[in-house]
Design a protein around this ligand. Sequence first.
Ligand code: ATP
Ligand code: MG
Length: 449
Amino acid sequence: MRLSRYFLPVLKESPREATIISHQYMLRAGMIKQSSAGIYSWLPLGFKVLKRIEQIVHEEQARAGHIAIQMPTIQSADLWRESGRYEAYGDELLRIKDRNDHDMLFTPTAEELVTDIFRSHVSSYKSLPLTLYQIQWKFRDERRPRFGVMRGREFYMKDGYNFDLTKEDALHAYNRHLVSYLRTYERMGLQAIPMRADSGPIGGDDTHEFLVLADTGESEVFYDSAVTDLSFGDREIDYDNVAQCAGVMEEFTTKYARTDETHDEALFAEVPENRRRTARGIEVGQIFYFGTKYSDAMGATVQGPDGKSTPVHMGSHGIGVSRLLGAIIEASHDDKGIIWPEGVTPFHVGIVNLKQGDEEADAACQSLYDQIEGLGLEVLYDDRDERAGAKFGTMDLIGLPWRITVGPRGLKNGVVELTSRKTGESEELAPEAAIAKITEIYAAHGIGK
Ligand code: ATP
Ligand code: MG
């Protein structure tokens, strides 16, 4: 993409409504525009990152054997009356009437609808285990929408639902989700720590939230610092392997890590003092096991191997896809702007032409552009007739991990400059060497041809 032809409405000043850094940078980098409180349009750069995050979630869900569907955003209240949540959900539920005076609502989550799909089409244990998920817009009429996409009213969420014959099978589904979420967040360059949490209006027995540590997080968290040393890395997981998933689950959840809702001072005191941490965190996901709560209420049963009808065991699992943009920026930025991790960056490489209109510089940029795009990476080429300082400022603000700077002086010596956004370090390389290095870095993330 040539910047001169793109739509990147960057702002010089930080809008006053934005109080935290991720919100400020998302507005300044022209990623989102608020349309009303907690409701946003996604402008090209923001939309691109949203789609990158969504794609990682889809890939990791597929790897875990989960099946994508899409359910409607507007739902009839009837099903919600069956589960008892139409009233119980309270003011966060946006209730709507259609022209026939029928009660409808904008989905804040979809346990009822997916349970209805299940009970209409599945009658035998032979169809189990089954996990269906979607990535869909949700609406919750939050009392205090704030921090940009972090606490919106409309937000994009992955919600998944498992159906299993026994509690044991459903607990495997729970563990499988935990493992798959660890991997999902790591691919986004994030450390998200599973913490024992409280189940809230969804209800249930077992639940973990995934938290990204950040001073601006809304949750107070307490943990053993040893949990931050854990990393999923590139381990191979067989998601059908019950013992393996349980092992990873245990590894990542036995050390003390809790949100304030479930915090237990006495237990925390057992953690060695030098490892006790109190901090703030951003919730980027949550997994639940809730047994037969919805299947009992809505008659979702299957015929078991013994021929008897039995309610299915269920859980639900959410990832805050749009909130993740804010969380990633909170975790990865400096005073010049965003620093995108390679896994989610909107463009993989930025090219800055120091002398637009110079025949040699223009040709060198174009050649780099064509070659890098040809390797399956996306390039943002700043071809504007602007000062170098302004071009660097834009690149730093929008946070592309790698920048290639091309100017007549370097070209005379056969070199361009490759700069890491994260370290700020630059090296002069022949164009081919710069391309080789970038290709190698992205290949390690599974990106590129
Ligand atoms: P919170 O406690 O932050 O209100 P929640 O526990 O009610 O969230 P879940 O029902 O667990 O949310 O939804 C799954 C995920 O969706 C959350 O972990 C979070 O990342 C995201 N999410 C929830 N509410 C919002 C919101 N208002 N704006 C953006 N993302 C949200
Ligand atoms: Mg939650």
